[in-house]
Design a protein around this ligand. Structure first.
Ligand SMILES: [Zn+2]
Length: 483
């Protein structure tokens, strides 16, 4: 009995010692917040906690006043929250405290209603464990300068008509008269919408040059210059899939382009390789292999991606067709889209070749996710090698950025001048304005000399010279020679 008791006491003591050891190791393993980063987008703000290890957390909102509470278990703060730049975000103030039960409480005072979403990210080459909180702004557009709803409606009608036509030729049936009637309405003279996609952003810096230039920064500069060029041109409007230093998922980028009814999608990047030697620009379109496997993927994922195939925006409404016809239609759409992409890619490459060495002299094809929209012709432009010191310096230079933007712009515009969408201003100008000779333009009501010059990508001076004009005044019906 005595021996038994002694044995029990010894075991209890051992257990107690073990417990003390566990408590000690738990407190020694408390994770730390080493750094915090904040990325502000038009429709959300992302707060990233860089942690020394994985963490359990709880995120909830409180009202009156609106705030978001983030409780991080067993966590200490080793970061000065005063360093966070809260500008352009919904967060007015960040407060922190130690919870009674231990751990860190972070309170975000917000100036609007937000819908928080949080997740953890495992360590990678660049970052340690991360805890990410996205505060989404309900009802807010992901684009700061979205397209006009009436233009969006015109575009929807046009797409429906084109689809009916494609379907009719695939099935040998006459198109639906309802769809055909769209063409009889007054000409909408709509803008051609170009989605300009600056690669990477926020969490994802992309490639880094030998002097530390980050791809995400230079491609945003180039993308903004490209948008400005389109917006200056009558008949064109550009939207940005990303217009700041924040991360946008690859699928989200093409989704934004679809929501904004883009006619064209162009993604801007800068290459990097281990060697510092390679240089020059390249242009990519989707590969056939990528397209056909993507077709299969699209068909398989119909249920999950109802927003893309015949769902929310209904641009590609295939859900009332049988399986085989769906496949045929998607193949037709993808093939047409890819042909347009390749043709435009050739034009862009031609323009880039005038200002920069070309890394490859023809349009390359690869399975980039951002190129996989079935009905929006898409290109990915690798503007240069950021890993090449000389080209890295060029990519930082504002004038070189402007030249790259101008080259991409000219290539895309050249394609649309040859193949304007039927409801576009360009198509109307082609059909109405130009009687006979293709180098003539008939002045329309509301035209100005500068607009006419810009829409033909020539200077006002050249236009005046070619027509012997000594003033800027035009009269309706006047026929101008386009030099
Ligand atoms: Zn890139």
């Amino acid at each position: 009995m005595r021996a038994l008791l002694a044995g029990w006491r010894r075991q209890a003591l051992l257990a107690l010692t073990a417990l003390v050891a566990i408590v000690a190791s738990a407190s020694a393993q408390a994770v730390e917040v080493d750094n915090m980063r904040l990325w502000s987008a038009p429709d959300h703000v992302r707060l990233v906690f860089d942690m020394s290890g994985p963490v359990n957390a709880n995120v909830f909102t409180l009202a009156d006043p609106d705030r978001v509470v983030i409780d991080l278990d067993g966590t200490d703060l080793d970061f000065d929250i005063g360093q966070l730049d809260l500008d352009d975000s919904a967060i007015d103030q960040v407060r922190t405290g130690v919870r009674e039960s231990g751990g860190l409480r972070v309170v975000l005072d917000v100036n609007r209603r937000v819908a928080p979403q949080s997740f953890t990210l495992a360590p990678n080459e660049q970052y340690s464990d991360r805890f990410v909180v996205d505060l989404n702004y309900p009802g807010e557009s992901a684009v700061s300068d979205p397209i006009d709803p009436i233009e969006a409606m015109v575009r929807d009608q046009e797409m429906a008509a084109q689809r009916a036509q494609a379907e009719a030729s695939a099935t040998g049936q006459a198109p639906d008269p309802q769809e055909a009637r769209v063409a009889a309405q007054p000409h909408p003279k709509r803008d051609i919408i170009v989605a300009v996609d600056a690669g990477h952003g926020g969490e994802d810096p992309g490639a880094t040059g030998p002097s530390g230039t980050r791809e995400k920064d230079v491609v945003l500069d180039i993308a903004r210059k490209l948008k400005a060029r389109f917006d200056q041109t009558p008949g064109f409007k550009a939207i940005m899939t990303r217009d700041g230093d924040y991360y946008v998922g690859l699928r989200q980028r093409t989704l934004i382009a679809r929501q904004q009814k883009a006619d064209f999608f162009v993604s801007i990047h800068a290459d990097a390789v281990r060697s510092s030697q390679p240089y020059g620009s390249s242009v990519y379109a989707l590969s056939q292999g990528g397209a056909s496997s993507e077709t299969a993927r699209w068909l398989a994922a119909t249920e999950n991606e109802s927003d893309l195939i015949g769902g929310v925006d209904g641009n590609l409404s295939l859900d009332d067709k049988d399986e085989v016809l769906r496949g045929v239609l998607l193949d037709l759409t993808m093939t047409a889209t890819m042909n347009d992409s390749l043709a435009t890619g050739g034009q862009v490459l031609d323009q880039l070749g005038r200002i920069n060495k070309l890394h490859k002299s023809s349009v390359e094809q690869a399975g980039f996710v951002v190129l996989k929209s079935p009905d929006i012709p898409s290109l990915l432009v690798e503007t240069g090698f950021i890993s090449n010191p000389r080209e890295e310096a060029q990519l930082r230079s504002s004038s070189h950025q402007a030249e790259l933007a101008q080259a991409v712009y000219s290539g895309v515009v050249a394609h649309f001048r040859q193949h304007p969408p039927p409801t576009s201003l360009l198509a109307w100008q082609r059909d109405q304005g130009r009687g006979g000779a293709s180098n003539e333009y008939r002045v329309q009501s509301g035209d100005t000399l500068s607009q006419v010059a810009a829409s033909h990508d020539i200077t006002m001076q050249a236009l005046k010279q070619a027509n012997g004009l000594d003033s800027d005044i035009l009269r309706v019906g006047q026929v101008l020679t386009i030099p």
